[in-house]
Design a protein around this ligand. Structure first.
Ligand SMILES: [Zn+2]
Length: 263
């Protein structure tokens, strides 16, 4: 029998005994799991591209099944995984912290969501943690607040006005943008004497409640006006009409300069 003939003969025999061949292969695989794994690894290393293509196809065809299995395995080994993580963390706290930090930076939104969930589930501990953090970073926090207050004077004043209005039960609120809108509408001048106002410093504009809060005025933007410090002090808590009368008397007595455009 030539080589060629032998090959042909084997092929025919395998074709005729397909079930037997398959059974033999199955038996061999069952009896030699180590050798089989070795075989597969060797083939995969030698045929990386084909292996990848095979994986891609298998994954595409069995995506849901594979994902379900992964989830199942993770769920079954959750405690093991946690224990493993804990030990690794204990052995290398620095590296673990660094990894956790990298993860948070790479997954900001998910990280924030996790924190929110944890805080919602552990309000008491979250409160204690926040207090500890504030105590440990007091200087930095104060410095940051000081910088913010210094660079946002109008927001600070607006916040104080709103808080004061709430504390006396007056309705309404306004924003720093509302104050800017007033500034634009008054062309940066005092609503009473029309002197030019300043945004900062000793001569800074005063935000005045036209009808004082304790006289029933609201804290809405339409009850606000910008006055120079002098006019604001002169007006005090007077109603607009009372102030107008006072101004008229003052002008008559020549005690103050006639304020142009006073109400
Ligand atoms: Zn004025």
């Amino acid at each position: 029998m030539t080589q060629e003939e032998k090959r042909e003969y084997d092929r025919k025999w395998r074709e005729a005994n397909r079930e037997k061949v398959r059974q033999q292969a199955r038996d061999w695989r069952a009896a030699n799991p180590e050798k089989r794994r070795d075989h597969i690894r060797k083939w995969q290393t030698a045929n990386l591209e084909e292996k990848r293509e095979y994986d891609r196809k298998r994954y595409a065809a069995n995506r849901n099944l594979i994902l379900a299995r992964v989830r199942e395995r993770q769920a079954a080994n959750r405690d093991e995984k946690r224990e493993y993580d804990r030990k690794r963390h204990e052995a290398n706290p620095e590296i673990a912290r660094e990894r956790a930090r990298d993860w948070r930076i790479a997954h900001l939104e998910r990280s924030r969501e996790r924190v929110r969930q944890w805080e919602a589930a552990n309000p008491e501990r979250a409160f204690q943690n926040a207090r500890k953090w504030r105590a440990a970073n007091r200087d930095e926090i104060n410095e940051r607040l000081r910088r913010w207050f210094a660079s946002n004077p109008e927001k600070v004043r607006q916040h104080k006005r709103n808080r004061h209005a709430r504390s006396v039960g007056a309705p309404g609120a306004h924003t720093a943008q509302d104050i800017q809108a007033l500034w634009d509408a008054q062309d940066g001048r005092c609503a009473a004497c029309h002197t030019a106002l300043h945004k900062t410093g000793k001569q800074t504009r005063h935000v005045d409640h036209i009808i004082p809060l304790f006289q029933g005025g609201t804290n809405w933007p339409d009850n606000l006006q910008l006055l120079c410090p002098r006019c604001n002090r002169a007006k005090g808590f007077l109603l607009p009409e009372e102030w107008a009368k006072r101004l008229a008397l003052a002008v008559k007595a020549n005690a103050v300069q006639p304020p142009a455009g006073a109400p």
